[in-house]
Design a protein around this ligand. Structure first.
Ligand code: FAD
Ligand code: DHB
Length: 398
């Protein structure tokens, strides 16, 4: 099999890249290890930056999203039993969209299938080779048989546990990482949201987050330990803990509950791989970097990467110049590190340290008070939370 750009992974990064390149007349083959049902049911992120939505809209991928989404213009930070609203839209002129990642993936899969170009499910890549030649290849399996995909370029969009990043010689890549002693137990529940906006709660028992998907579906998270046994968390225990951590002095506020539709534990960590390119392999999204979930940035960062990559690939085919492709890693890493810092900062401010260190707790309280009481602090937070504008060009590189 031969194509111009071989894309490994049909998550948001791989599917959106395929779409952006198709619109620019560039042929791709997308290989996905899992089944279509699996990727369309995987419950993950839900907060889309305006830049992400603007890009999806510009390339015709946002029709259902714009009909079904919820628009948020602020969020609440809750500590000491009192909620403080951060008016994100007022402070930045930008708003957020709430739309489940798996719904977006469904839209992206449908758009790809409409083009008639290959999107192969249950087709795991097992390795990439000849990355520093002009004819890189992806080895993959289809129906149990070994197959070869010959490409001009490979896009490694295969997430953190994929095969593309490990195909790069170890001496070339530097991995920067930080593990946190925290994980999130996330549930999706058939219950109406108990607030119109997200609530990020700092509590002496640990962090909690109230989010949502639709007027009938709530998404909630609790800070737990990374080795937490999910079996120790029957639904009643989860609801009781959420009620405690989200409680406020206002007795009128109640957390609505309902049947739990999905339950999973996700560890928080920060990882950045530098550079995001080796020869003709370009890493995008989670295959290159992971952010702790607190800032809701993982999906948006994946979209930002492929926006830059699509423009660079188009320019390379059109002009033969490697200027933009050569700047890809540098361009993306500027945003990646800004987002890493924000996600690390937000994570540090909101989670209970496992040793319960009182000094840390007082620093967190000081940071939260500043966020609630200073417009300058709220504005800096809001700019990061709503996200930087998307770029596709070289002018933003350092
Ligand atoms: P992915 O969505 O991981 O897609 C990679 C794709 O590659 C997958 O479909 C995978 O099956 C496929 N693949 C892997 N290996 C191979 C192979 N060898 N061959 C072919 N295909 C392969 N972010 C938030 O902002 N909020 C959240 O609440 C949140 N929750 C998360 C929960 C979990 C369990 C995880 C893993 C991530 C979560 N994230 C969250 C992060 C966000 O979902 C990711 O940043 C986003 O999915 C990145 O998109 P991606 O396309 O780069 O990677
Ligand atoms: C959601 C996830 C996040 O990581 C976050 O910070 C806010 C909301 C969500 O799944 O809705």
């Amino acid at each position: 099999m031969r194509t111009q750009v071989g894309i490994v992974g049909a998550g948001p990064a791989g599917l959106l890249l395929a779409h952006l390149l198709h619109r620019r007349g560039i042929d791709t083959v997308v290989l996905e290890r899992q089944s279509r049902e699996h990727v369309e049911r995987r419950i993950r992120a839900g907060v889309l930056e305006q830049g992400t939505v603007d890009l999806l809209t510009a390339v015709g991928l946002a029709d259902r999203l714009r009909r079904e989404r919820m628009i948020h213009r602020g969020l609440e930070v809750l500590f000491d039993g009192v909620g403080h609203r951060i008016p994100l839209a007022e402070l930045t002129g930008r708003e957020l969209t709430i739309y489940g990642q798996h719904e977006l993936v469904k839209d992206l899969v449908a758009a790809r299938l409409d083009t008639g170009r290959p999107l192969l499910f249950e087709a795991p890549a097992v390795g990439c080779a000849d990355l520093d030649s002009s004819a890189p290849v992806v080895h993959f399996e289809l129906d149990g048989a070994a197959r070869l995909l010959e490409c001009d370029l490979i896009a490694g969009c295969d997430g953190f546990h994929g095969v593309c990043r490990p195909a790069v010689p170890q001496s070339v890549l530097t991995e920067f990482h930080r593990d946190y002693p925290y994980a999130w137990l996330g549930i999706l529940a058939e219950a109406p949201p108990s607030s119109e906006e997200l609530i990020y709660a700092q509590h002496e028992r640990g962090f909690a987050l109230h989010s949502m998907r639709t007027p009938k579906i709530t998404r909630l998270y609790l800070q737990v330990t990374p080795d937490e046994d999910i079996a120790a968390w029957p639904d009643e225990r989860i609801w009781a803990e959420l009620r405690t951590r989200l409680a406020r002095h206002d007795p009128a506020w109640q957390l609505a509950d309902g049947p739990v539709l999905d339950k999973a534990v996700t560890a928080l960590r920060s990882v950045v791989t530098e550079p995001m390119q080796f020869g003709r392999l370009f890493l995008a999204g989670d295959s290159a970097h992971i952010v702790p979930a607190t800032g809701a940035k993982g999906l948006n960062l994946a979209v930002a990467d492929v926006a830059v990559l699509a423009t660079a690939i188009e320019d390379w085919y059109a002009t033969g110049s490697t200027q933009l492709l050569g700047a890809y890693s540098r361009t993306c890493l500027t945003r990646v590190w800004r987002v890493q810092h924000f996600s690390w900062w937000m994570t540090s401010m909101l989670h209970k340290a496992p040793d319960g260190d009182p000094f840390t707790a007082r620093l967190q309280r000081a940071a939260l008070r500043q966020l609630a009481g200073s417009e300058a602090a709220a504005r800096a937070f809001a700019e990061n939370y709503v996200g930087l504008p998307l770029t596709g060009g070289p002018n933003d590189s350092p």
